[in-house]
Design a binder for this molecule. Structure first.
Ligand code: SF4
Length: 104
């Protein structure tokens, strides 16, 4: 593995945010399961996760990381990260013209 590949892998890993709610209650943030809806509809569990993110002291750097490094796919369910659902991250990237940095 080259240094460039190693640096890229580190950047791809979620940052460690001590004391964050997503560490205490990870199940609230998990991708939607069967019957929890899809697309732009936000399920009650993710509404709760978004509320926890809104109170998180790490919200800003977490959201920045999620927008730049967490790949979301339109037809798959993703987790809540940085106060945003998968679809909200996709919409935000499109609006701000952000490209996710993924390994080549
Ligand atoms: S903003 Fe949300 S996802 Fe990010 S560290 Fe805080 S609780 Fe976790």
């Amino acid at each position: 593995m080259t240094m460039r590949e190693l640096a890229h892998m580190v950047a791809m890993m979620p940052p460690n945010f001590p004391g964050a709610a997503c560490i205490r209650e990870p199940q609230a943030f998990d991708p939607r399961g069967r019957g929890e809806g899809h697309g732009r509809r936000v399920c009650p569990r993710h509404v709760y996760a978004k509320d926890l993110c809104a109170l998180c002291p790490h919200l800003s750097p977490c959201r920045e990381w999620a927008l730049h490094y967490h790949a979301d796919y339109p037809k798959e369910s993703g987790p809540v990260i940085g106060g945003l659902t998968d679809q909200e991250r996709i919409d935000t990237r499109r609006r701000l013209r952000i490209t996710v940095k993924v390994a080549a």
